[in-house]
Design a protein around this ligand. Structure first.
Ligand code: IPM
Ligand code: MN
Length: 359
């Protein structure tokens, strides 16, 4: 099989973690007899520096014609000026929107060898295996916004907006995933306060009633979910929610496996290429120090093999290699407990490459 992947390293630790994920993908392709070609394009802060925009036209058109896209991270203090006209994050948001990537899958499954690395007690996290479906191209991220007035009257607003169709398609995708897992779907909203959540709840309930009555279905308010995600994470299977709630809850959820540096994500639309990235940011404080954990991006690579290239065995091989390396006790700095030795980004990548096998 021949595939072309567009690589968007981005800013901060982005280039470092993407390099390791690419090495893992290349080795996997070699082992299983596939051909993967890569082309790299700028996005985010580095694109602003070079072209004055966060998502240059050339980057976007390359993404459109790729089989899949692998992204590192965008952003950093250099581009953080609140007065700035262009921000690195706009590049990522525009890319998601332009490619119609409305479904952001974020699996959270603590690795058994890392149960002690989580700030939470083992008995709370054991057995956790949650798959978040975060709506990614709507909600408050893409509603109308503006600033008016001056002085004490200076006022800013962001509109949270969802159409029934937008809710329907993400709920349907999440429900289908639940059907292939443990058969439970949780929809998260704030329907006791927000009109937009009341629409979300009505539509979600209708989709489940009409098309997925075989599923166990529950609705949870987002504030309560923030609590339940820590007090009883193992009771959730598939969770579906809007853009901002999903952003916040999945960062919270990353503490279950112990580090943000472990969580991959896939952004899918239909049809077209998927976008694969770690859920962590550009971590400018440790950029260039060989200190970042590349596993989230490597696992995003596994999701790319599975969802965009249809290579299930290959995806599993990558996940097994990561598990083996963790089982053997290797830890990057974010995972090492006090007194434990840690290894660098490159070393972690090399260990995963070496652990890969085709059987
Ligand atoms: C994420 C990030 C992005 C988001 C930022 C960088 C725009 O936090 O992918 O979760 O808020 O969606
Ligand atoms: Mn986020």
């Amino acid at each position: 099989m021949k595939s072309s992947i567009v690589v968007l390293p981005g800013d901060g630790i982005g280039p470092e973690v993407v390099t390791e994920a690419q090495a893992v993908l290349s080795r996997t392709a070699e082992l299983f007899g596939h051909e993967i070609s890569y082309e790299s394009f700028p996005i985010g802060g580095c694109a602003i520096d070079e072209f004055g925009e966060a998502l240059p036209g050339e980057t976007l058109s390359a993404c459109r014609s790729a089989d899949a896209i692998l992204l590192g991270a965008v952003g950093g203090p250099r581009w953080d000026d609140p007065q700035a006209k262009v921000r690195p994050e706009q590049g990522l948001l525009k890319l998601r929107k332009e490619l119609g990537l409305f479904a952001n899958l974020r699996p959270i499954k603590p690795h058994p060898a890392l149960l002690e690395s989580s700030p939470l007690k083992r008995e709370y996290i054991e057995g956790t295996d949650v798959l978040f479906f975060r709506e990614l191209t709507g909600g408050i991220y893409f509603g109308e916004s503006g600033v008016t007035g001056a002085g004490a009257d200076e006022t800013a607003h962001n509109v949270m907006i969802y159409s029934a169709g937008e809710v329907e398609r993400i709920v349907r995708m999440a429900a289908e995933a639940a059907r292939n897992r443990r058969g439970k779907l949780t929809s998260v909203d704030k329907a006791n306060v927000l009109e937009v959540s009341r629409l979300w709840r009505r539509v979600a309930e209708r989709v489940v009633r009409e098309e997925f009555s075989d599923l166990e279905y529950e609705v949870v308010l987002v504030d309560a979910m923030a609590m339940h995600l820590i007090s009883r994470p193992s009771t959730f299977d598939v969770v579906v929610t809007g853009n901002m709630f999903g952003d916040i809850l999945t960062d919270e959820g990353s503490m279950l496996p112990g580090s943000l540096g472990l969580l991959p994500s896939a952004s899918l639309g239909d049809p077209g290429p998927g976008l694969y990235e770690p859920i962590h940011g550009s971590a400018p404080d440790i950029a260039g120090q060989d200190a970042a954990n590349p596993l989230a991006t490597i696992l995003a690579g596994a999701m790319l093999l599975r969802h965009s290239l249809g290579l299930e065995r290959e995806a599993t091989a990558v996940e097994q290699a990561v598990a083996e390396v963790l089982d053997a006790g290797h830890r990057t700095r974010d995972l090492a407990r006090q007194g434990e030795d840690s290894i660098g980004t490159r070393e972690m990548g090399r260990l995963v490459v070496d652990a890969l096998t085709a059987d």
